[in-house]
Design a protein around this ligand. Structure first.
Ligand code: ATP
Ligand code: MG
Length: 419
């Protein structure tokens, strides 16, 4: 049998990759907590309808990216391609639509059948927040501010640009749709096959096309600005004013429509030039119609999702854990006592390890290689006297310490890691 490889578009997270992943997730969890977002976990698969009925029948995700299969009971289920629809489903199924507002944070794997490349995988991971209930533009600003603070805490605020747009309300959208149909119909013959379909079903979606030919036509397409109702224009003004008041820099990009159909009013993306074509690190907006589509009452909401892999590529290498203490028995009859010491250190909250094999010299070498802060060397004669040698691997000094005082002595080591 040939050796087994991970499935195309999936990755193992080991060593630095996992440290980066964890740092992004923990930072987002912490910062979103400061804003009152509470973590939810929803299943990683749902009835297919949760996604197919809400993300938009012409969206890339629904037309070609979903991992959908029939399970052994004959039900069609889908590995979740995104989190928002699942959170709204959970809101309705758990009867929480009367307990608003709710602030939800989530983190976990998502699945899309895409062409794998740097920053684009088939199993990828997202962090996301949803603020469910408030219809006020201030909520949009708060959600963006939380994203901005996470990017700042990750040290990458300087590498990203916030781009915002409005998709208007239903009335603005209908007027804009008519203008787009009028415009794109003139170029219908030159549009990609996908976009010809979109022209019939959802012309707005053409603005999001990645096809080169489509993009040239899109460049001169009308923008929504002229079609906004006073209400929608006012909403957009408020969002921009709030961002300015909060000191969050942004640029307007009238081409942002987002990949999924459920958005209205605010749409935004944090983009970077450092990841090639995979430049969007965080994207979101308002989705006032989604909860109702899911079978709940009319419920305004706004949120975003960010790709953990893309964020992980932008951040500086996170710090490793504190250097361990190496416990080294010198001679076989000191093994048991050494194991007692390593357990006491761990119980005392100290990261400690014991080597299983080799003579004293070999074990010292391994302790140095592991970046140990200090070594505790225990001979059988010393064990009998209730003492051990504590060797500071940074300063090189060594002293005899009574076993009862070891935990204290280790805690008293000046912090610092060996060269
Ligand atoms: P893109 O335009 O890059 O395909 P998208 O609009 O499909 O992104 P969203 O559905 O808005 O992405 O998901 C939010 C974020 O999740 C993206 O901004 C990106 O950081 C991340 N993301 C989306 N798809 C993938 C993927 N296949 N692999 C890695 N990260 C992804
Ligand atoms: Mg996509």
């Amino acid at each position: 049998m040939s050796s087994l490889q991970p499935v195309r578009g999936t990755r193992d997270l080991i060593g630095e990759d996992q440290r980066r992943y964890r740092h992004v997730t923990e930072t987002a969890r912490h910062v979103s907590g400061l804003y009152g977002f509470e973590e939810w976990q929803t299943p990683i698969f749902e009835d297919t309808g949760v996604f197919s009925r809400t993300l938009g029948e012409t969206s890339d995700v629904v037309t070609k990216e979903m991992y959908t299969f029939t399970d052994r009971g004959g039900d069609s289920v889908t590995l979740r391609p995104e989190g928002t629809a699942a959170v709204c489903r959970a809101l309705v199924s758990n009867g929480l639509t009367q307990s608003l507002p709710l602030k939800v944070f989530y983190a976990g794997p998502m699945f899309r059948y895409e062409r794998p490349q740097k920053g684009r995988y088939r199993q990828f991971h997202q962090i996301g927040i949803e603020l469910i209930g408030p219809a006020e533009p201030l909520a949009d600003a708060e959600v963006i501010a939380c994203g901005w603070q996470i990017l700042t805490a990750l040290g990458i605020a300087d590498s990203v640009t916030l781009e915002i747009n409005t998709l208007g309300d239903a009335e603005s959208r209908a007027a804009y749709r008519a203008a787009l149909v009028e415009y794109f119909t003139r170029f219908a013959a030159d549009l990609s096959a996908d976009s010809k379909q979109r022209l019939e079903k959802n012309p707005l979606r053409i603005l999001d096309s990645k096809d080169e030919g489509d993009r040239k036509i899109v460049a001169d397409a009308p923008t929504i600005a002229a079609h906004l109702t006073p209400l929608a224009a006012g909403f957009y003004d408020s969002v921009r004013n709030s961002l300015t008041a909060l000191g969050i820099p942004f640029v307007e990009n009238p081409r942002i429509v987002r990949g999924l159909d459920y958005y209205n009013h605010t749409a935004f993306e944090f983009v970077t030039t450092q990841l090639g074509a995979q430049g969007t690190v965080m994207g979101g907006g308002r989705y006032d119609g989604l909860v109702k589509q899911m079978g709940g009452p009319e419920t305004p909401a706004v949120g975003w999702a960010a790709g953990i892999e893309r964020l992980a590529m932008l951040i500086a290498e996170p710090k490793t854990d504190a250097a361990p203490i190496a416990v080294i028995p010198a001679g076989d009859d000191a093994e048991a006592a050494a194991f007692g010491i390593v357990q006491r250190l761990r119980a005392g909250g100290i990261r400690a390890d014991i080597g299983y094999k080799g003579n004293l010299r070999r074990r010292m070498e391994r302790a140095n290689k592991a970046g140990a802060r200090a070594a505790i060397i225990l001979g059988s004669e010393e064990a009998a006297r209730g003492v051990a040698q504590l060797k500071d691997l940074v300063s090189g000094t060594q002293s005899e310490v009574s076993l009862d005082a070891l935990l204290e002595a280790v805690r008293a080591l000046p912090s610092g890691s060996p060269a």
